[in-house]
Design a protein around this ligand. Structure first.
Ligand code: NAG
Ligand code: NAG
Ligand code: NAG
Ligand code: NAG
Ligand code: NAG
Ligand code: NAG
Length: 338
């Protein structure tokens, strides 16, 4: 598929890797303890494992599994807490076992205890140390995607963020994970709207030491909700976001055919205003593959069906109306039988 695109763009039509079209859901809980300022209030419990089988049997092939940085390394710069990470890995392995891809997501808003990476908070070396250890853990898992940071926001100096991204990527490759996809988050809460103008231009120059001269394994990470203030906290949808996503796709095409994943999006579980609009948004993502590689909706995992954006099946079996109307029709074909 990418060969065709590359040929259209007049690029060398050789061995460009493109992931399959991806679609699925976030399975949240290991992130519940971390707030948007990067403070953390442990403890935690495990999100349920049955959902990977449930959703993959319907065609889902992407799960994003967020976790709090402090669970992985209780002290900044520490070794991985292997007790925690072994449990986290149970979720990752349960998802991988259904033929899916898994985004390993550090859900920390570019922060640790209120302080920003490379801007008064953790040094690039400490951030890279976390990624070095995670990458070593998953170096042989080709379907693990490294989501290096959830939703950086309110960065005093945008130019200090790309060096942190580059530091994490270098550490991942040096640890032996050389062919996995890596997600590069922008600013403004990983805003899909701002990527082409705010952080995207600064991230275009990020390089991949494992594949010199190529950025095929480096994908842009974007988020977008459908409620009136794009916060993902209201039931009603007011937009299908296609204008914003079209701008993103235009920008990706204009910059050599780069690619992005919509790793958070969503609407009200039972809200009919979303049945059309989220469906249109996800159809747009599907139609613009491989520029838009896919999506993971927010959210299943440990949310019950009273959470406004919940996609958790009722009684572990009955899908949310929103899932049936909008997500199911836009999933890749199922390759897994429960
Ligand atoms: C490591 O993780 C385990 C399991 O979550 C937890 O009980 C333990 O307190 C953690 N260790 C540290 C040093 O935080
Ligand atoms: C995006 O964030 C930058 C700082 O990272 C800020 O200067 C800018 O005003 C923000 N833009 C929007 C639309 O919020
Ligand atoms: C990216 O690299 C190009 C070519 O080396 C350079 O002209 C441009 O200024 C760089 N952009 C940033 C944001 O560093
Ligand atoms: C999104 O909504 C706009 C405005 O209602 C509409 O013109 C457009 O066709 C919709 N996009 C899709 C992909 O359905
Ligand atoms: C959705 O509807 C179900 C069934 O009526 C109900 O149990 C659940 O609480 C509702 N959830 C939300 C978020 O509205
Ligand atoms: C969930 O299970 C309860 C108890 O068995 C039952 O009353 C309810 O109807 C079930 N809900 C759905 C949506 O199947």
């Amino acid at each position: 598929m990418f060969v065709t695109v590359a040929a259209t763009l007049g690029l060398a039509a050789s061995v460009l890797a493109t992931p399959p079209r991806l679609g699925g859901v976030n399975t949240a809980r290991y992130d519940f303890s971390v707030s948007t300022d990067g403070y953390d209030t442990l403890p935690y419990t495990q999100p349920p494992l049955y959902q990977y089988r449930h959703f993959s049997a319907e065609g889902a092939n992407l799960y994003r599994i967020p976790f709090a940085w402090k669970l992985a390394t209780p002290t900044l710069g520490d070794a991985l807490n292997t007790t925690f990470f072994a449990q986290y890995d149970q979720n990752v392995q349960a998802a991988l076992a259904t033929n899916a891809y898994v985004i390993v997501d550090v859900h920390n808003y570019a922060r640790w205890n209120g302080e920003i990476i490379n801007q008064g908070g953790p040094t690039i070396e400490r951030f890279a140390s976390l990624w070095s250890q995670i990458a070593a853990y998953y170096q042989s898992e080709q379907r693990v995607i490294f989501g290096i940071m959830n939703e950086p926001h309110d960065l005093p100096d945008d130019t200090l963020w790309p060096p942190a991204v580059q530091g994490a990527i270098n550490a991942i490759r040096a640890a032996g994970a050389t062919t996995q996809y890596i997600l590069m988050p922008g600013s403004n809460w990983t805003s899909a709207a701002d990527m082409p103008t705010v952080m995207g231009p600064l991230l275009l120059n990020i390089t991949d030491p494992a594949t010199p001269g190529s950025t095929e394994y480096l994908l842009f990470d974007v988020h977008r909700y459908l409620d009136y203030d794009n916060s993902g906290t209201h039931s009603a949808c007011v937009t299908n976001n296609t204008e914003i996503l079209q701008n993103l796709v235009t920008w990706l095409k204009a910059n050599g055919g780069r690619q992005a994943i919509l790793s958070e999006t969503g609407g009200g579980r039972n809200d009919s205003s979303c049945y059309t609009m989220l469906g249109e948004e996800l159809a747009f993502i599907k139609a613009n593959y491989p520029y838009t590689v896919g999506f993971s909706a927010w959210a299943a995992g440990a949310f019950d069906d009273t959470y406004v954006l919940s996609l958790t099946p009722t009684n572990e079996t009955v899908d949310a109306p929103l899932w049936d109307y909008t997500i199911l029709p836009n999933l890749p074909a199922a390759t897994y039988t429960a």
